[in-house]
Ligand binder design. Structure first.
Ligand code: ADP
Length: 268
């Protein structure tokens, strides 16, 4: 039996990508996508050529966070073209391919793996210094596939995002163990939403509709007849920017504390 043609195609596609970094988290909602975007913008601001690939099939957040919802993906004879949010930062998300953002994606493993494979095979990134891959939360089928697909061409490693709380930290252990088992280096763990970016007095409970969207969770809860318990932000600026779909624009690129990013980038 010869080599798997898909793996050969992925290897060819990835031949122009110097570094591949997987962003993982044990749980959803800890800021993995936010961090993936932050890191991508930070790398791009250092003049690297960067690709941000969002393969969180069940909850792709990157299009919303970067204000790219509803964008059509163009295909050329070279493959699918990423959407450029900076001249040196291209973005590709499974969200661009899914028909309706409100509809649950209830695919079984093989179909998810097929889409991930296609993404790795068919997106025309060109020459990249870094490909930042925003993976789904947890350690599921998809993770094994991503690693398997990329390993043929070498993965630099994974960055694991967590919040300071035990419930998230417990799952980090699983992510670390996963990385060990599949032979992916852990580049580091990032503690997101750790401490407050401003004095406590500057924080307030955000009200529905405060960020220009027509309702938020409270309204949705009302709609669905379920209780709304309220929410407490940690960095109101970052949160607001993501809500408004301008996550890292307008000089907000390096909101994740500079030393964390610098330390990581130096390690890569
Ligand atoms: P995940 O990818 O882990 O599911 P997200 O990146 O989608 O998490 O983040 C979940 C929510 O938390 C988003 O609404 C995001 O704007 C917000 N968020 C993430 N990090 C921070 C932070 N440091 N301060 C405030 N809000 C944050």
């Amino acid at each position: 039996k010869g080599p798997d043609p898909d793996l050969v195609a992925i290897a060819e596609r990835m031949a122009t990508v110097k570094h591949k970094i997987l962003i993982l988290s044990g749980k959803g909602g800890v800021g993995k996508s936010t961090f993936s975007a932050q890191l991508s913008f930070a790398l791009a601001s250092l003049d690297f050529q960067v690709g941000l690939l969002d393969i969180d099939i069940c909850g792709p957040s990157i299009p919303k966070m970067l204000g790219l919802e509803g964008q059509d993906i163009h295909q050329s004879n070279l493959g699918w073209s990423p959407i450029y949010v900076e001249s040196n930062l291209g973005v590709m998300s499974v969200g661009f391919m899914l028909p309706n953002p409100d509809e649950a994606v209830i695919w079984r493993g093989p179909r998810k793996n097929g889409l991930i494979k296609q993404f790795l095979k068919d997106v025309h990134w060109g020459e990249l210094d870094f490909l930042v891959v925003d993976a789904p939360p947890g350690t599921s089928d998809e993770h094994i596939s991503i690693v398997q697909f990329l390993q043929a061409t070498g993965i630099d490693g994974a960055i694991i995002v967590t919040t300071p709380q035990q419930v998230s930290l417990i799952d980090v252990r699983k992510e670390v163990s996963f990385c060990k088992k599949v032979g992916v280096e852990v580049l580091g763990v990032v503690e997101n939403m750790s401490g407050l970016s401003q004095p406590l007095t500057d924080f307030k409970f955000m009200k529905a509709g405060e960020h220009g969207d027509a309702g938020g969770a409270a309204e949705m809860c009302q709609e669905m007849g379920v209780p709304f318990l309220g929410k407490v932000p940690l960095d109101p600026q970052l949160c607001k920017a993501a809500e408004e779909g301008r996550s890292c624009f307008e000089g907000q690129s390096c909101r994740v504390s500079a030393p964390v990013l610098r330390g990581m980038i130096e390690k890569l």
